[in-house]
Design a protein around this ligand. Structure first.
Ligand code: DI6
Ligand code: FE
Length: 402
């Protein structure tokens, strides 16, 4: 039984609570943490007394935000795609590489071949880098196995990350990431994907279900079959939608009240209207847009006008977004997509929590989980401003400094 930590008091700091419509800034502030949750936030002057047993830490005016949440990663995978990067720099398109049996399938081969220990080791290297950018919660997808054994291996590794590091992990089944070469999508769904989802859900390895709705992936009818099974199992859904073309996957996702629709470069006004009428969050993945040298940007102004919450994530994966800094993703979302620094930080805190169906995290408020990030800056705009900066001072996960 882990001994209960004494109360932790973080004082002399500037808070960006992320509560409400702006940063929720509080100067000369203090946060009191008890039993892994926030017990008090506010001006130091408003705090009456604190237990003598409390550990008090003077943050010397540093900025304190909610811990960052990376709500879309493929962190667990084998192999590297550096050679394909070179192919692409020599003119091959992402879809040409994929249809030629490269792309996702070369990572599938490497992931099937890797042991669980090898996958854990390489995932921890990427996780350590992500945590240096202030991440305290990360979503990790399967999807490089495309068979039961390897999808299970990936999700087991994802679950083990929490035992190895001070991090919260949410797992997503992405068995519908690609159709194995020589397979028919519907037959793959019937024979492999749906039975694997049932078994892995029964083993408690699945927190949500995702699919790649694209010409080189699964069509909306096939995605709907997967979503109906997820719904039957009581699992929330999310969707890679409108990344390379407009298939109205985002509308389908919204119709299932999906947690999120992700990428959205080709989202239409009809997609946006459907999302605005649901709780579906728009997840921006600027790393893939940048790395694939895409031209079509997501319709940020229309999403903003419709009041669709926007999140920002790394989409860490070896093929389209080999990036391990959520701060860089924030910077890219402003410069490449036109988000404001406030929207970028909302996108990696309060809105990222919504994209994972998480309550009581992503805001610094009494009763919320004590997952925080302390930064060597004073204004929150600094976090999206720096290109590849590393202003993290400390993280707090579950009330423990790390
Ligand atoms: N969209 C992407 O950009 C990644 N997966 C997906 O559904 C790419 C995955 C890969 O190329 O390995
Ligand atoms: Fe992805």
């Amino acid at each position: 039984m882990m001994e209960e930590a004494p109360p932790l008091v973080l004082t002399n700091c500037r808070l960006a609570t992320m509560a409400g419509a702006d940063y929720g800034l509080v100067d000369d502030a203090v946060v009191v943490i008890r039993h892994q949750h926030i017990a008090f936030t506010g001006p130091r002057s408003a705090l009456s007394n604190v237990e003598v047993s409390a550990e008090v830490i003077d943050l010397r005016g540093r900025l304190l935000t909610p811990g960052l949440i990376d709500c879309h990663t493929h962190l667990v995978h084998g192999g590297s795609r550096a050679e394909e990067f070179e192919m692409r720099q020599n003119g091959a398109s992402y879809e040409e590489i994929s249809r030629a049996g490269g792309g996702i399938f070369s990572t599938v081969r490497a992931t099937r071949k890797a042991t669980e220990a090898q996958l854990l080791d390489t995932a921890l290297q990427r996780l350590d880098a992500l945590m240096l950018s202030g991440v305290t919660t990360v979503e990790v997808k399967s999807g490089y196995g495309l068979d039961l054994a390897t999808e299970k291996k990936m999700l087991r590794v994802a679950r083990r990350l929490e035992a190895e590091r001070p991090i919260r992990v949410l797992t997503t089944f992405l068995g519908a990431h690609a159709v194995p070469p020589g397979s028919d999508p519907d037959a793959y769904l019937d024979d492999v994907c749906l039975p694997a989802l049932l078994q892995l859900a029964e083993e408690g390895l699945v927190d949500a279900v995702d699919a790649f709705c694209e010409g080189i992936g699964f069509n909306p009818t096939q995605v709907e079959r997967l979503f109906r099974e997820a719904q039957r199992l009581g699992l929330p859904v999310k969707l890679h939608a409108e990344q390379l073309s407009s298939l109205s996957g985002a509308t389908l996702a919204a119709n299932f009240n999906a947690l999120s629709a992700d990428h959205l470069e080709y989202a239409t006004q009809a997609d946006i209207d459907a999302m605005a009428s649901s709780d579906t969050v728009a997840v921006m993945l600027p790393g893939a847009f940048y790395f694939l040298r895409e031209a079509q940007k997501p319709p940020i102004s229309a999403l903003r006008a419709a009041g669709v919450p926007m999140a920002v994530a790394t989409d860490n994966n070896p093929g389209s977004s080999p990036m391990t800094s959520l701060l860089l993703a924030m910077n890219m979302s402003t410069i490449l997509f036109g988000l404001t620094p406030l929207e970028a930080l909302q996108g990696t805190t309060v809105n990222a929590a919504k994209a994972l169906g998480l309550e009581k995290v992503g805001i610094l408020e009494q009763g919320f989980q004590a997952d925080l990030a302390v930064w060597d800056v004073t204004h929150p705009a600094e976090l999206a401003y720096q290109i590849g900066g590393a202003p993290l001072h400390r993280r707090v996960v579950g009330g423990r400094l790390c």
